[in-house]
Design a protein around this ligand. Structure first.
Ligand code: SAM
Length: 269
């Protein structure tokens, strides 16, 4: 018998109707599917039934043994590739060698880290993932929303983000402490300028990473002013000049500056 392990964030999704809803809301594509944390394989089974090729990463050796036994045919026919390892250790620049859609009920203790890795992974085209509701709200927040923060700006700069639906605690075994949401992110085409020199939000992946660090600095103390946070790293006079030119008050807080102005400021600074 498998006893859920708290240290691996194991809350198994047992509600058949929610599993079906996740499958139905997946983007239509022929991409490979990457699943992180297949657990007992309920979602994995449905993905393979949809004629999807799945690569699944599972850290728990007990679950891996269980999955190898229960999915022996699928593994043999190569519809399922099971990688028994910590996904974060395997994840260099790309988690798979081809374009993929990430579909998962994520382990909540590392959900944000995984999403940030997927955003940065050039081969990941879409994410349909179950996370804590508060994490989903942060990634989807738009300007003026109280959840608007560095994660929202980063995600909404390169993806169309959407909360598809919420899921009650009772749909899981054991029930988690918080409400969950299924979050979908579809990356824009050419969000990083491609080799054919097409326009992109960022000129390179390096520039994207620099923007990520810039946002971390801007939101370092979210209640302090934007200038206070950024002037530790950049010329204060330049920052003041920028805000004045935009007719914005010098005491503007990080969550009050709209997304497009973050890009303009980043390019100017
Ligand atoms: N997909 C299953 C379901 O929906 O019932 C299980 C989801 S459970 C919330 C999270 C899963 O992620 C567990 O199977 C857990 O063992 C696995 N996991 C946790 N940390 C991991 C890591 N670092 N790398 C790979 N898998 C991990």
């Amino acid at each position: 018998m498998i006893i859920p392990k708290k240290k691996f964030g194991q809350n198994f999704l047992k509600d058949e109707s929610i599993l079906n809803k996740i499958i139905e809301s997946m983007p239509k594509s022929d991409n490979l599917i990457v699943e992180i944390g297949p657990g007992l394989g309920d979602l994995t089974k449905k993905l393979i039934e949809r004629k999807k090729r799945v690569v699944a990463f599972e850290v728990d050796n007990d679950l891996c043994k269980y999955l190898k036994k229960n999915f022996s045919k699928e593994i043999e026919s190569k519809n399922l590739t099971l990688i028994c390892s910590d996904v974060l250790e395997k994840w260099e620049e790309r988690l798979a060698d081809e374009r993929y859609d990430l579909v998962a009920n994520l382990p909540y203790y590392i959900a944000t880290k995984i999403i940030l890795k997927a955003l940065k992974d050039p081969n990941c085209e879409t994410l349909t993932v179950m996370v804590q509701k508060e994490v989903a709200l942060k990634f989807c927040a738009k300007e003026k929303d109280k959840n608007f923060a560095s994660l929202s700006i980063l995600a909404n700069s390169i993806c169309k983000t959407k909360i598809l639906f919420d899921v009650d605690r009772e749909s899981f075994y054991p029930p988690p402490k918080v409400t969950s949401s299924v979050l979908q992110m579809v990356k824009f085409k050419n969000y990083v300028k491609d080799l054919n020199e097409k326009e992109g939000v960022f000129d390179s992946y390096l520039e994207y990473e620099k923007f990520e660090s810039f946002l971390k600095r801007a939101f370092f103390s979210p209640r302090k002013t934007l200038i206070k946070n950024l002037s530790k790293h950049y010329d204060k006079k330049k920052l003041e000049k920028f805000l004045k030119e935009q007719d914005l008050p010098l005491n503007i807080r990080p969550h009050e500056l709209p997304l497009y102005l973050y890009h303009l400021l980043f390019k100017n600074i």
